[in-house]
Write a protein that binds this ligand. Structure first.
Ligand SMILES: [Zn+2]
Length: 177
């Protein structure tokens, strides 16, 4: 990967370079490698256009879904037992056809739930990717602006380190307790 301007030529970029603890002329090299190519972002968006699995999963998570099944099972079972004034006998006790249909429904529902979860995960990942890129852009801009304004960069970095250590300690406490 060729760089348009060497970080060495820019004082703000040398601050960014030193931010990870070593001035190795690699500002974000290893991190930027993780930024997705445009193609994979487009493929995530294209997958996001297919909402069928989401709609089915959404409906399966409602009380209406339960009511529909209660009515379906009641009519089927009572009718095939010849009860409640219903008299059809295409699936007598122990209701083998109903068992088959419900088993197939369960398989497809489980698959739809997993498809939906995969799509959800892809969407979150995509959003995290955008957040990351914006954070990166924001950091580069703020260091350059700070440098242009003559802000004491060492002081700001000290405060940042202090704040990060405190935040990570709090996170650890939260995870442990
Ligand atoms: Zn620069």
């Amino acid at each position: 990967v060729e760089e348009k301007s060497s970080p060495h030529s820019c004082p703000a970029c040398s601050v960014l370079d030193a931010g990870d603890g070593s001035s190795d002329n690699q500002i974000y090299g290893p991190i930027i490698g993780h930024v997705r190519s445009e193609n994979s972002i487009i493929s995530v968006l294209r997958r996001a256009e297919d909402h069928t699995a989401d709609r089915i999963t959404q409906f399966a998570g409602t009380m209406r879904f339960v009511y529909v099944h209660i009515i379906w099972f009641s009519v089927w079972v009572l009718g095939n037992l010849g009860l409640a004034g219903l008299g059809f006998h295409f699936d007598r006790f122990p209701f083998g056809l109903l068992t088959l249909i419900v088993s197939l429904e369960a398989i497809f529902l489980a698959t739809f739930v997993m498809i939906s979860q995969n799509r959800q995960a892809a969407r979150s990942e995509f959003r995290a990717e955008l957040d990351f890129e914006n954070n990166l852009r924001g950091e580069i801009w703020s260091v350059h602006i700070g440098h242009a304004l003559g802000i004491d960069v060492a002081h700001v970095e000290d405060i940042v380190t202090e704040a990060l250590i405190a935040a990570r300690a709090r996170l650890k406490d939260h995870q442990n307790g």
